[in-house]
Design a protein around this ligand. Structure first.
Ligand SMILES: Cc1cc2nc3c(=O)[nH]c(=O)nc-3n(C[C@H](O)[C@H](O)[C@H](O)COP(=O)(O)OP(=O)(O)OC[C@H]3O[C@@H](n4cnc5c(N)ncnc54)[C@H](O)[C@@H]3O)c2cc1C
Length: 422
């Protein structure tokens, strides 16, 4: 985590409640540390974005060749063996609640749980890019960019292992900023590019729940099961989370009285999540400090949706045989029977609820609607010829599913448009 996560994984969007977010900080970015679960963008989301943000050529048929190309390049795989116990329980509970739990494909080599391997950028794409002439400058953080005649100059801090930090300058005819939904708007704003940049951050806030069963559901080799329940509500979905002992310990930190017992019984315990897509936030660069200020606001309705999500997920797990359920809400009594679900506050209490997210997007949305969009339909910053954004920032809103399939397809589409090959 020290090497690959920004600030060791301790980054927070301030609000009530605060939301802990995580960003990759290494060559390959989030693809090096993520669960590699893959979705195409739902067609109705593409339709909504096209209409509201006036994005050209963003229909399902426009995107299909890009999804197909990314899938063929990186490879999708499904689990080869039986579902692990944690997945099995989610499936049973979903079916008893009239919902469907399905395994999602992974961008990963085939194999049992794939041993945590993924078809990440450094595994698959970076070597090809270098063979094709890409020069990669690692350990280097771009601090600002400015226009010069015929192109741009980038000022960067470089810290190569074993050497003293130094400042370098990189000149370029064209620039694609791909720093992720927080760092991209921060860099652009530091560089004086601010119109509709960093005003509309979207997170997919997630609340976790630990369930204890009376038989084993967890084992030392279980990676993140990729089973999800997507049809339970238009406002949230569920899935299995990472359940190794350190993550179990973190998820139990709101229930210190039961934490030791649960950790000792870890084979019978698993972590699940409910994810929603409400709220909106901003990214602002600050003087002197390197990290931007990230703020996020969830309204009453969003906290009601999250409360409904915790209640439904807990109910589902009880029906799947859970003896006890612990949502990440401080001072909430453990849930043992359906009548205990009435104790879950609605809306969730902002000061006692622990939310996190790994899905950040939409801080520089794309489209021709200039009242809402920082970049045009193909990623060029409005009124800034030669300057492009190509990462999660350009998604018009939260996609409601794991986002990397959308990010890759948009990047491919926009790169081909830049080359005049679309
Ligand atoms: C733990 C975790 C699990 C996840 N699981 C999934 C999943 O299963 N499925 C899914 O679809 N998505 C998942 N995601 C989300 C997904 O990984 C991200 O949405 C995606 O990686 C974002 O891509 P991006 O290109 O916008 O930015 P990133 O992947 O964050 O890449 C940004 C890159 O820019 C670099 N950078 C930033 N600022 C600068 C600067 N100033 N100068 C130079 N370089 C800079 C960063 O170091 C990084 O390499 C997960 C994320 C995490 C963290």
């Amino acid at each position: 985590m020290v090497q690959k996560y920004r600030n060791g994984g301790i980054t927070v969007a301030l609000g009530t409640p605060n939301i802990v977010y995580v960003e990759g900080r290494c060559v390959g970015g989030g693809s090096e540390i993520n669960s590699a679960i893959y979705h195409r963008t739902p067609p109705e989301i593409l339709e909504q974005w096209s209409a509201e943000f006036e994005v050209e050529a963003l229909g399902e048929a426009d995107l299909r060749p890009h999804f197909e190309a990314c899938e063929a390049d990186l490879g999708l795989s499904m689990r080869s063996g039986a579902p692990p116990g944690a997945s099995q329980r989610l499936r049973e509970g979903a079916s008893l609640r009239g919902a469907t739990c399905a395994e999602m494909p992974r961008l990963a080599p085939p194999g049992p749980d794939n041993g945590g391997r993924r078809a990440s950028m450094t595994e698959m794409i970076v070597p090809r890019a270098r063979e094709s002439g890409c020069r990669l400058i690692a350990d280097t953080r771009v601090m600002s960019l400015r226009r010069r005649s015929g192109g741009f100059s980038l000022d960067a801090d470089q810290t190569l292992p074993g050497t003293a930090p130094r400042k370098i300058r990189i000149d370029a005819d064209f620039v694609f900023v791909c720093g992720g939904a927080v760092q991209t708007p921060a860099l652009l704003r530091r560089s004086g590019v601010r119109k509709r940049i960093g005003d509309t951050l979207k997170l997919q806030p997630m609340i976790k729940v630990v369930a204890r069963f009376d038989s084993d559901v967890n084992h030392p080799d279980m990676w993140v099961p990729s089973d999800q329940v997507g049809d339970v509500s238009p406002n949230f979905s569920f899935g299995c989370s990472i359940s190794t002992r350190p993550y179990l310990a973190m998820a139990m930190s709101d229930h210190p009285d039961s934490a030791r017992e649960t950790l000792e019984d870890w084979r019978r315990a698993a972590v699940y999540y409910a994810i929603s897509w409400g709220g909106s936030g901003s990214v602002r660069s600050l003087p002197i400090v390197k990290e931007p200020l990230v703020r996020y606001r969830l309204g009453r309705e969003d906290l009601c949706n999250l409360s409904d999500a915790v209640r439904e997920l807990s109910h589902l797990l009880l029906q799947a045989g859970a003896k006890e359920v612990f949502p990440t809400i401080r001072a909430l009594p453990r849930i043992r029977r359906p009548s205990d679900l009435d104790g879950i506050p609605r809306p969730l209490p902002a000061k006692r609820t622990n939310l996190s997210t790994v899905h950040l997007s939409s801080s520089c949305p794309m489209g021709e609607n200039r009242a809402r969009c920082g970049v045009n339909s193909f990623g060029q910053v409005h009124d800034q010829p030669g300057l492009y954004v190509s990462d999660a920032s350009i998604l018009c809103g939260a996609p409601g599913v794991n986002p990397q399939g959308t990010i890759m397809a948009f990047a491919r589409r926009n790169a081909l448009a830049f080359l005049g090959e679309l």
